[in-house]
Write a new protein. Sequence first.
Length: 193
Amino acid sequence: MNADAANRREENFARIVSEVHSHVELTSPSEMARALCGAVPTELLAYITEQSEQTIQRWASGDVTDISQESERRLAAAYEILQLIDRFEAPGVAATWFIGIDPQLDFVMPAKAAGFSVVGYYFQSNVRDCMQHNTAREGTRRISSVGIYSTAKKLQLPSFTEGFDTLYYVRMDGAGGFTVEEWAEPAAPEPGI
């Protein structure tokens, strides 16, 4: 791919990421929960938000609108990821991606048995960049520094041994765009703390 094509691709990607982020900020928690429940198992969404399956169902139905800041943050992050994956990948990829969050849930093999290709994207994360990005957030969108550090400690690199057919490494390019590279298992970068 030549440099102009690569630049256009990165600019397009950055534009889409910005559009999706703006959309998420305008979406109610109930709408987010409904969309996520339609795309991933409720059990998985309960795991992501650290809530019960019944609570997730009440959010989706609109019966409960008073959601804690942390739960809403987790819900919004999951919804934003869902929207991004849906924009760039085939149907079914989002559920497979989310299931890869916790290999203990072991949904990879059923996804493969159903004929889905299991594709993983690892987005480079380091605490310094996350803290810097977080300072630009306002209100309920801002995350405590303790939350960032504790999440960084839990971060695990994906592996082909989990059942992925394809893995990609995604990092910011420093110019507002992203670089996507094929995963090289032995040389994969470590999560930054």
